[in-house]
Design a protein around this ligand. Structure first.
Ligand code: ZN
Length: 152
């Protein structure tokens, strides 16, 4: 478990300092504004589809290290996936974060995302980690050009 803890800290530091796919997207198919009032995290998730595939995904905004690193890792995890695969990842990630902090993690389904299991020990932070994923899921399901989701 100490390996996972070390990896958790390393991944969050790395993605917070060097967020992947960060910035505005030109001509996205969807924009979802995510807001976590509990922490003050606000972020925009941009999505572009090619048929059924998430062709591109970017984000920008202001948030704590956990929301930012989670958003960064979300983009690298779902880029190039089908909507169904991206939705399945959201569900696996969400289920992990809603589980007890001692519950085993589905490493096969989650891959690198499993490092966020460490967040379960800090319940107030769970919404920071899930915010970008809720924004993604909303963008996958709905057919609105722009919408807002909040964690409350
Ligand atoms: Zn936060």
């Amino acid at each position: 478990m100490s390996d996972v803890r070390a990896m958790y800290e390393q991944v969050i530091l790395d993605h917070n300092k060097n967020p992947r796919n960060y910035g505005r997207m030109e001509a996205p198919d969807r924009i979802v504004d995510g807001f976590n009032p509990l922490c003050g995290d606000t972020l925009k998730v941009y999505l572009k589809f090619d048929g059924d595939t998430v062709a591109d995904v970017k984000f920008e905004g202001h948030g704590c290290a956990i929301s930012k690193s989670s958003a960064s890792l979300m983009t690298t995890s779902v880029k190039g996936k089908t909507r169904a695969e991206a939705q399945a990842l959201f569900e696996a990630f969400h289920a992990m974060l809603k589980s007890d902090h001692t519950a085993p993690v589905d490493e096969a389904a989650l891959g690198k995302l499993r490092v966020f299991a460490g967040v379960r020990e800090f319940p107030v932070r769970v919404k920071c980690a899930t915010l970008p994923w809720h924004a993604l899921a909303s963008g996958l399901i709905h057919d609105l050009p722009e919408e807002t989701v909040t964690t409350e």
